[in-house]
Design a protein around this ligand. Structure first.
Ligand SMILES: *[C@@H]1O[C@H](CO)[C@@H](O)[C@H](O)[C@H]1NC(C)=O
Ligand SMILES: *[C@@H]1O[C@H](CO)[C@@H](O)[C@H](O)[C@H]1NC(C)=O
Ligand SMILES: *[C@@H]1O[C@H](CO)[C@@H](O)[C@H](O)[C@H]1NC(C)=O
Ligand SMILES: *[C@@H]1O[C@H](CO)[C@@H](O)[C@H](O)[C@H]1NC(C)=O
Length: 198
């Protein structure tokens, strides 16, 4: 028979497809995390990623020495925290990207932004084509899974520089999903026929 095996295969395919097309977790600074020490170039770090709506930005740091503040573009440029949009301070902050555009974060501890602890998360418009369904609360806690494969691996998969000529950048996952469904449905209908002759 092997139907169960095929079903399991399809299930894994679907899970993989969803993973690729919907959600990546990007830890800011990768293994170095969010810090003012070591002159990490967060501009270069952000430039190496392709952020999409639904992805998660993870700030991991020692909360005794750092924090995360979302600010406007002007304040970002000036390292000025006089009117902060959002403040995060748990030391392990997951922020789900809800829309396209720029998101400016810096460390609000005096001096840290000036030495480079600031990051501009740019989410390009082309990702709107594959935005996940609205009001889906299932993406609220993607950090719940402890040790997934490193985000860098996922980021490298689609290709380094996405040209604007590609209208549906991550539809591969959806295609795989639909193909899997076709396969399993085709077999289900041919096998689930108890009235068949022996
Ligand atoms: C950080 O990286 C960006 C992009 O690679 C580069 O343009 C910039 O000069 C770098 N900044 C520093 C301080 O090295
Ligand atoms: C920060 O911005 C506020 C309001 O825009 C301004 O009054 C203040 O002088 C700025 N602080 C610095 C250190 O630039
Ligand atoms: C951050 O939170 C996630 C779960 O939300 C956990 O798996 C991870 O170990 C935490 N990291 C630190 C440094 O506490
Ligand atoms: C269904 O499974 C059989 C083997 O059991 C295979 O020969 C057939 O090609 C499958 N049908 C489809 C639509 O994949």
């Amino acid at each position: 028979m092997g139907f169960a095996q095929r079903a399991m295969c399809v299930f894994l395919l679907v899970v993989t497809a969803l993973d690729i097309s919907l959600a990546a977790v990007y830890k800011v600074g990768d293994s170095k995390g969010w810090t003012s020490i070591g002159q990490i170039n967060y501009t270069a770090w952000a430039a190496s990623k392709t952020f999409r709506v639904g992805d998660t930005i993870l700030f991991e740091y020692n909360k005794q020495f750092h924090n995360v503040m979302q600010v406007t573009h002007l304040e970002f440029q000036a390292c000025n925290v006089s009117s902060v949009i959002n403040t995060f301070s748990t030391g392990n902050d997951s922020i789900v990207i809800k829309r396209t555009g720029h998101f400016y974060y810096l460390c609000g501890i005096p001096g840290h932004c000036l030495v480079g602890q600031k990051v501009d998360i740019r989410v390009p418009k082309s990702s709107e084509a594959t935005a996940p369904s609205p009001s889906g609360s299932s993406t609220a806690s993607p950090a719940g899974s402890p040790s997934l494969s490193p985000p860098g691996a996922i980021a490298g998969a689609p290709g380094p520089s996405v040209k604007s000529s590609a209208p549906y950048p991550s539809s591969k996952g959806l295609v795989a999903l639909l193909l899997s469904l076709v396969v399993v449905l085709g077999n289900e209908t041919t096998q689930d026929d108890p009235d068949g002759l022996d």
